[in-house]
Design a protein. Sequence first.
Length: 256
Amino acid sequence: MTEYTDHHGPEGLLVRGTVVVVPGRGETRATYHRFGRRLATDAYRVRVVDAPDLDGGDPAGALGRFAQRLAEAVDGTAGEQGVAEPVVLVGADAGAAAVAALLARAEIPSARQPHAVVLAGLPGHDAAADGGGWDEELDVRTSCPTHRGILSQDAEVRRGSLDEALPEAVLSAAYGGDIAVPALLLVGDADPLADRAALARLAKSLPQARLSVVRGAHHDVLNDLQHRSVAAEVVTFLEALRDGLRPQVVVEASAW
């Protein structure tokens, strides 16, 4: 069994870059099939890896092992041509925390450093659900009926995982403000696990960062009802990255 799932763009188009998606607590690679397919339609090579195992007893060791897995996952995304650049890491929940911590601690080998990062639903310190059943966890995650069904029907999804707090060492590194590459931070304004003030401080502390708040979205901001708009925001970021972070569309006048 492979350690990642690939989504390929339309046949005949040049690959515009590599997007490596890192799931969060309890999620599987199948959780991001819709998101991966949507980005792949825009000719990006999307590779979804397994969620990181952030061992609370040895967070440094867990991050080191995860860094190696990420480096291996980037290889071969352009076939015989090697790696399709730019390379962008997209992390959700614990995946966002792990990716941010790795970049802050310079854990990823220099040859496999990404060109940019997307942090979606980065949890706040000590952010965990308040317990309850599966329906309550779904309410924290999403209001999208399709996504709720995908999570409920996936036997590999680990229910109750949002009740588990992430290691403080990982979150402290993630919020340390030492990410040198361009970053897009995505958060739903209905996310009960988010610390909006801390995210705003993080975005202001980084040399190149944008904080985008998704109206009405919950914790699974990449897969909630607004997933089309969120995917469009990610693609806009990817396209701007290819042009020195200059947006290709600028609104000069608007009546709304």
